[in-house]
Design a protein around this ligand. Structure first.
Ligand SMILES: Cc1ncc(C[n+]2csc(CCOP(=O)(O)OP(=O)(O)O)c2C)c(N)n1
Length: 540
């Protein structure tokens, strides 16, 4: 069997539905093998978008998303999306072509060492030097990508290897069997239960691990039964429904309101599925005086501000369930209930305002009104993300998707496209600043070609607002942040999408409802008033 055919057969064996990417001369054999496979190749207009799409597929399904690029510039373009998957723990298998092995030891057309380049942004990464190793290397790439903590892996397939033949005996498929995790350690559970029983004010810090592994129902039951308030990270939003009285918001800014008002009250932090990349513990444990219980699939990162009394390293769901069985109901946490109610009053009061030009909370309030609980909001990076992460209540698991660890602009459009691809029956909204939107605008063509309906709400203020805002705070002035925008209605038209421009605050909800009934993507150009950004710190 030809090596490229074998590689594609291995992808089929892993259950791969889609491969996102752009071909090149060095991946011609691979493309020919894909042509006759059951896998759908989705052509993108930039490799970065392909990698973001694979990243999004991984986040939404838990199965590795696959992206392909050619050698050299294709691979370098892919890198940003791969790095995003790395710091946001998303399973991705990136495949790149490479020059013939006979020319990689010398100065050679388009040759750079991609394996070296990928080293710092992958969990595992290797060159396929002979066809015989393909079943093992592909299985390993998927196994490591999907295993907690998930992340990207990379396989490089040199052009001459892709075209080689291998003996049938090396073409046997390795079944993708999932190993069961071992049960939580009973002594550690007992110690954690004792700590919770004796704590005066415990708080649960719920991280991305809960969302990733859908342990949300267990977490919510645990919190409500034991009356323990839950603060989520930005990536952990949805780990508990924002409708629960024990959900007291998300944290991800250095001076979040929780840091001022909630964490100082707490003597015990029960960190569940929390990764330090999500939000540094020196923000919430500056004096190193909190007791910490660490519950996660993997042991904790070492940090002076994060030294757990006990670590329960096991399946999160099972750990929560077993811990719940060992505890009796806590005293009612009135403070949490008051904070929750207070947030909801503010959400209504500020969100329902009709000032013009609109402010971010009005738009987020409108989005929440239009979307059902299971519909998906994707946020790009910038001030828009901070507003969304602080102000938008999330009611269901994995329905608020953002780039947080790597925080890469340009994330929202390709991610929203995959959300629609994976969940065609759900409504999908992408929220983006005008800076981030133009970073992957080219792939609007992919969305139109694939007839993916989503609303892309663009906050139009002709500047990189987050940087401008921070610069104004630091220096009282800003530099290098202003630009001019194209006419988004004409851009939409040129791509075969639909463009809408908001003219009054009251129009937003009906406009969004209309946008979500079309059969192509719709850009909603929203002139935004960012003058009240400091309010962000006041929300839960
Ligand atoms: C790829 C990338 N380049 C630069 C940055 C640094 N950065 C963070 S936010 C931001 C400005 C974002 O502007 P815009 O997309 O218009 O969103 P806004 O802040 O205006 O809501 C920049 C430049 C980044 N995070 N990612």
């Amino acid at each position: 069997m030809k090596a490229s055919d074998l590689l594609v057969k291995c992808l089929e064996n892993e259950g791969v539905e889609y491969v996102f990417g752009i071909p090149g001369e060095e991946t011609l054999d691979l493309m020919e093998s894909l042509r006759t496979s059951s896998i759908k190749f989705i052509i993108t207009r930039h490799e970065q978008a392909a990698a973001f799409m694979a990243d999004a597929y991984g986040r939404l399904t838990g199965k590795a998303g696959v992206c392909i690029a050619t050698l050299g510039p294709g691979a370098t373009n892919l890198l940003t999306g791969v790095a995003d998957a790395y710091l946001d723990a998303s399973p991705v298998v990136a495949i790149t072509g490479q020059a013939d092995l006979k020319r990689i030891h010398k100065e050679s057309h388009q040759y750079i060492n991609i394996v070296d380049m990928c080293e710092s942004v992958t969990k595992w990464n290797g060159r396929i030097e002979t066809p015989e190793v393909i079943p093992e290397m592909v299985r390993k790439a998927f196994k490591l990508a999907e295993m907690e903590k998930p992340g990207p892996t990379h396989l490089e397939l040199p052009e001459n290897v892709a075209a080689q033949n291998t003996h049938e005996m090396y073409a046997a498929m390795i079944p993708p069997i999932r190993a069961r995790r071992s049960s939580p350690d009973r002594q550690s559970l007992r110690k954690a239960a004792d700590l919770i029983e004796s704590a005066k004010f415990p708080i649960i810090l719920a991280g991305h691990g809960i969302v990733r592994k859908a342990a949300n129902a267990q977490l919510q039951e645990f919190a409500e039964l034991l009356c323990i308030p839950v603060v989520t990270t930005f990536m952990g939003k949805g780990a508990i429904s924002a409708k629960s009285p024990y959900c007291i918001g998300s944290l991800g800014l250095s001076n979040d309101r929780q840091i001022e008002e909630v964490f100082p009250l707490a003597d015990l932090i029960i960190a569940i599925g929390y990764g330090l990349v999500e939000y540094s513990p020196n923000n919430w444990n500056p004096k190193i005086d909190k007791q910490i219980i660490h519950i996660d699939f993997t042991s904790s990162e070492v940090d002076l501000h994060y030294v757990p009394e006990v670590e329960i390293v096991s399946d999160i769901r099972e750990s929560i369930e077993l811990l719940e069985g060992m505890l009796s109901t806590n005293k009612k946490s009135q403070c949490a209930i008051d904070l929750h109610a207070n947030f909801h009053d503010e959400f209504e009061r500020i969100g329902s305002g009709k000032s013009w030009p609109v402010r971010p909370p009005q738009v987020l309030y409108g989005i929440r009104k239009v979307l059902e609980d299971s519909d998906i909001l994707v946020s790009d990076v910038g001030t828009c993300k901070f507003w969304a992460a602080k102000f938008y209540p999330v009611y269901a698991n994995n329905t608020f998707i953002l780039s947080n660890g790597f925080a890469s602009m340009g994330f929202s459009l390709p991610t929203a496209m995959v959300a629609k691809l994976v969940y065609p029956d759900r409504k999908v909204v992408a929220l983006s600043g005008d800076g981030g939107f133009l970073m992957n605008l080219q792939d609007l063509e992919t969305a139109v070609r694939m007839k993916l309906n989503m609303a892309i709400v663009v906050f139009n203020d002709s500047c990189y607002n987050l940087i401008k805002w921070k610069s104004m705070k630091k220096f009282g002035t800003s530099y290098g942040v202003d630009f001019t925008n194209p006419d988004f209605l004409k851009v939409a038209e040129g791509f075969g999408a639909v463009g809408m421009r908001l003219k009054t605050a009251a129009d937003f909800e009906p406009m969004l409802r209309d946008a979500l009934t079309r059969d192509v993507p719709v850009i909603i150009d929203v002139p935004i008033d960012y003058s009240e950004n400091d309010l962000i710190y006041k929300f839960l």
